[in-house]
Design a protein around this ligand. Structure first.
Ligand code: NAD
Length: 287
C-alpha cells in the first residue's frame, strides 16, 4: 500500500489527504470542482505551515509531504495507479454508487475501494461493483489529520485481506481503529447524531440557549465539545443527510429536528458557511 487516491476534497477529503501524505503515502486528491481543489490546496498548505510553527513537523517534512500530494479534477488520472481509493464525496447513496461503479471500471484489479460515509451501507455500495470483497468503509473523523480514530466497517462480503490492509493503512496514518459490523450509523454516528438531534430539539423547545446546552454537556457530562458546536463543525447539510438516512433505516428515534431542516433550507450550514447554531468570522468559518 503506497498510493492512495482520495475522491472529494471537502472538509474530510483534504484532511485525509493531509494524514496520508504526512505518513509516507503518495496521494492523488480529486474533486469535480476546481474551486474546491484550490481551497483544499490552500488549507493543506496552511495547516502544514501551522504544524511547523508549532513544532509538530520539520520544514523539510512539510515540503516532502506537500509534494507527495497531486491535485486533479480527473478521476481516471487520480486512480489509475491507486492501491487504495478513499471516497469522501457528499453523503448521498446514489452519488456514492455512481462513483463506485466508475471506480470499479477504471481502477486496477488489486485496488481496494473504501468509503468515508458516516452512516451508509458499504454492503450496498460494494454490491454495485464486481469486487464487493474489496469494498469497505473507513470512517475518519473531523478534522481527519488531528482526530485519532478510524472506524472500520466491514460489509457483508468484505474479505479479511481487505479489512487487514485497510487497518494497516490506518495504523500507518497513526490512527487507532475499531472494527464494526455493518449497521446504519455504525457505532459513532448512531450515537453522536442522536445526542446532537436531542440538543437541537431542546434548543427548539426553549429549554436553554445553544451556549448553555453545550456548556452543560461539556462541563456536566465531560464531553470535549458541545453537541451544537459539533454539528456546526460537521456541517448542518451533512448532518441532515445523516439524520435522514438514520431515520429511514432505524426509525422514529432519528427523525431530524425541524430546526435543523430549517437552518439548512436557510443556507445556515455551520462553520463552513459562517453561521449555524453560532456565528463565525467568515474567513475562519470558510476553512
Ligand atoms: P463536503 O461537502 O465538505 O465535501 C464534499 C466534496 O465532494 C466537495 O468538495 C464536492 O465538490 C465533492 N464532490 C461532489 N461530487 C463529486 C464527484 N462526483 N466527484 C468528486 N468530488 C465530488 O463534505 P464532507 O463533510 O467532507 O463529507 C464527505 C463525506 O464524509 C460524507 O460522506 C460525510 O458523511 C463523511 N463524513 C463527514 C464528516 C464531517 O464531520 N463533515 C465526518 C466523517 C465523515
Amino acid at each position: 500500500m503506497k498510493k492512495i487516491a482520495v475522491i472529494g476534497s471537502g472538509l474530510m477529503g483534504r484532511g485525509i489527504a493531509y494524514a496520508a501524505s504526512t505518513n509516507e503515502f503518495q496521494v492523488q486528491l480529486q474533486d469535480i470542482s476546481a474551486a474546491a481543489l484550490d481551497k483544499a490546496e490552500s488549507y493543506i498548505r496552511e495547516e502544514m505551515e501551522k504544524a511547523v510553527e508549532r513544532g509538530f513537523m520539520t520544514a523539510e517534512v512539510r515540503i516532502e509531504s506537500f509534494n507527495r500530494i497531486t491535485f486533479t479534477t480527473s478521476l481516471e488520472d487520480a486512480v489509475k495507479e491507486a492501491d487504495l481509493v478513499i471516497e469522501a464525496v457528499l453523503e448521498k447513496m446514489e452519488l456514492k454508487i455512481e462513483i463506485f461503479k466508475k471506480l470499479d471500471e477504471v481502477c486496477p484489479h488489486h485496488t481496494i475501494l473504501a468509503t468515508n460515509t458516516s452512516t451508509m451501507s458499504p454492503t450496498e455500495i460494494g454490491a454495485q461493483t464486481s469486487r464487493p470483497d474489496q469494498c469497505i468503509a473507513m470512517h475518519f473523523f473531523n478534522p481527519p489529520h488531528k482526530m485519532k480514530l478510524v472506524e472500520i466497517i466491514r460489509g457483508l462480503n468484505t474479505s479479511d485481506e481487505t479489512y487487514e490492509a485497510v487497518r494497516q493503512v490506518a495504523e500507518q496514518m497513526k490512527k487507532e481503529t475499531v472494527e464494526v459490523n455493518e449497521f446504519p450509523g455504525f457505532v459513532t454516528s448512531r450515537m453522536n447524531c442522536l445526542i446532537g438531534n436531542e440538543a437541537m430539539n431542546m434548543l427548539m423547545e426553549g429549554v436553554a440557549s445553544a451556549a448553555d446546552i453545550d456548556k452543560a454537556i461539556k462541563l456536566g457530562l465531560n464531553h470535549p465539545m458541545g453537541p451544537l458546536e459539533m454539528a456546526d463543525l460537521v456541517g448542518l447539510d451533512t448532518r441532515l443527510r445523516n439524520m435522514e438516512y438514520l431515520y429511514q433505516t432505524l426509525g422514529e428515534k432519528y427523525r431530524p429536528c425541524p430546526l435543523l431542516t430549517k437552518y439548512v433550507k436557510a443556507g445556515r450550514l455551520g462553520k463552513k458557511s459562517g453561521a449555524g447554531f453560532y456565528n463565525y468570522n467568515l474567513q475562519e468559518g470558510s476553512k
